[in-house]
Design a protein. Structure first.
Length: 390
C-alpha cells in the first residue's frame, strides 16, 4: 500500500503500463509522471479529498500488478455520479465516505486501471482490492472508465457494472471497399447530412470573419508563456461557473517538464495577434501519428461567437485528419458534440458496495438505468449526423 507516489519507482510503474494490451498508446493519464504530478502539485491530495492508497503486488523484486487506489472524502472530480447513493446511505444513518476509488483523478478518459502482467495477476489484484476495502471498512469501492481487460477481471458476483455515454469521433469515411481515413476537412464534411454540414461551415465562417487565427503547438513547441496563458483560460472557465479549478498551475508545469510530447495546444489569436482563447488536447502517444487524441481543457478571455466549437472541436479534428489520428474523444457528457460528428460511445465502470441491502438496491437501480441507457442510445442513433450511404 503506497501513500506517496514517490514510494514507487516510475520506471517500474511505466514498464507495467507498457505491458498492457493497449501498450503505451493510452495517453499520459496512467503514467507515473501524470499521477505523481497530481499529488506533488497539491491537486489530488488528502486536503482536497484524495488520499492515495496505491495498491501494488510484487513477485520477488518484480512489480506484477498495480492500481491507482484512493480513499475519497467526497465524489467530486470523478464524472461517474454516485451522489444519490451517498444520500441514501446518509438517510439511513450510514456513512458513505470514505469510499475507495480506482481512477485517474479529474480525468474521465477510458483506459487500463488494473495494471497487471497477466490475467492471473489482474485477478489477484481485484481480489486484494476487495480485501482492502473490507479491512478498512469502506462503504464501497469503484473502478472508473475501465478498459476491456479490467471488465473481464471484474466480472463476478461482487461487482456491479455501470454504463455511461461519451462522444467520440472516428477518422473513418465509409466506402464500398471499407472505411478509409478522411483526406481533408471538406472530405469529412461531405460525410455529414446537409444541415450539419451547413451548420459547421457557418460556425467556422463566423470565427474566421471575426479575424481569429490559430497557432497549433505540440510538445516542446509549447512555450512557458503558452502554458501560463493556457492556465489563465482554464482557470477562468471554472471561476465563471463558480468553482475553483481542480488542477493547480504546478500540475501543468510538470506536464511541460516531463510529459510535453503527449500534449497539443490550440491558441486562438485576435486581429491584433493577441491570444484570447486556448484548448489543450492530450495524445495517445508521442509518435508522429498518434492513435488517438483526447479533448481535455479549454478557456477564453474574450467572447467570440462559435469560438468554443472551433477551438475545442474543429481545429482538433482538422489536426487529427492531417496527421492520420484515428479517434478523437470529446470527454464526458455533451449531446451538442453529436452535431460535430462525435458519436455516442459507451464507457464502463465497476462498483462494489459493502452493505448487502444497498448492494441489492443499487443492482436493481443499475438494471433500470441500463434499460434507460439502451433507449437513450437508440434515440441518439436516430439523430445521427452522418449522411445515409448511397
Amino acid at each position: 500500500m503506497i501513500t506517496e507516489p514517490e514510494q514507487i519507482e516510475a520506471g517500474a510503474w511505466n514498464t507495467l503500463l507498457q505491458a498492457q494490451p493497449m501498450g503505451g498508446a493510452c495517453g499520459p493519464f496512467m503514467r507515473h509522471e501524470y499521477l505523481a504530478a497530481l499529488h506533488a502539485s497539491g491537486s489530488a491530495i488528502p486536503s482536497t479529498g484524495w488520499h492515495p492508497r496505491w495498491l501494488t503486488l510484487w513477485r520477488d523484486e518484480a512489480l506484477c500488478a498495480a492500481a491507482p487506489l484512493y480513499a475519497k472524502d467526497h465524489s467530486y472530480g470523478e464524472y461517474v455520479f454516485d451522489w444519490a447513493w451517498a444520500q441514501a446511505h446518509e438517510a439511513h444513518g450510514l456513512a458513505y465516505y470514505p469510499k475507495g476509488l480506482v481512477a485517474v483523478p479529474f480525468t474521465p478518459v477510458p483506459g487500463p486501471r488494473l495494471l497487471a502482467r497477466d490475467a492471473t495477476a489482474r485477478h489477484a489484484l481485484q481480489v486484494e482490492l476487495l480485501a482492502q476495502a473490507e479491512r478498512v471498512g469502506w462503504s464501497s469501492l469503484h473502478v472508473l472508465f475501465n478498459a476491456d481487460t479490467d471488465r473481464e477481471a471484474l466480472i463476478g458476483a461482487a461487482w456491479l457494472e455501470r454504463h455511461t455515454v461519451q462522444f467520440h469521433w472516428h477518422n473513418a469515411c465509409p466506402t464500398p471497399h471499407g472505411p478509409r481515413p478522411f483526406r481533408h476537412f471538406d472530405d469529412f464534411l461531405a460525410n455529414l447530412t446537409q444541415d450539419k454540414r451547413k451548420k459547421i461551415r457557418q460556425e467556422r465562417r463566423k470565427v474566421m470573419d471575426a479575424g481569429i487565427r490559430f497557432d497549433v503547438r505540440r510538445g516542446h513547441e509549447i512555450t512557458a508563456s503558452d502554458w501560463d496563458f493556457f492556465y489563465r483560460c482554464y482557470a477562468r472557465t471554472y471561476w465563471e461557473h463558480g468553482n475553483p479549478p481542480y488542477l493547480k498551475p504546478a500540475f501543468f508545469h510538470a506536464m511541460a517538464d516531463s510529459l510535453a510530447g503527449w500534449w497539443l495546444m490550440f491558441i486562438a489569436r485576435d486581429r491584433a495577434g493577441q491570444p484570447i482563447a486556448c484548448s489543450l488536447v492530450a495524445l495517445s502517444d508521442t509518435s508522429a501519428r498518434p492513435q488517438a487524441a483526447y479533448g481535455r481543457y479549454w478557456g477564453a478571455l474574450q467572447r467570440v461567437d462559435c469560438l468554443h466549437f472551433e477551438t475545442c472541436y474543429y481545429q482538433p479534428l482538422q489536426w487529427c485528419i492531417e496527421h492520420g489520428v484515428t479517434r478523437f474523444e470529446g470527454g464526458a457528457q455533451g449531446e451538442h458534440k453529436m452535431a460535430r460528428a462525435l458519436l455516442p460511445t459507451v464507457t464502463h465502470s465497476a462498483h462494489w458496495l459493502a452493505h448487502p441491502v444497498f448492494a441489492d438496491a443499487v443492482d436493481r437501480f443499475l438494471q433500470r438505468e441500463g434499460d434507460g441507457m439502451a433507449r437513450y442510445l437508440a434515440h441518439l442513433k436516430n439523430r445521427s449526423p452522418l449522411r445515409a450511404p448511397g
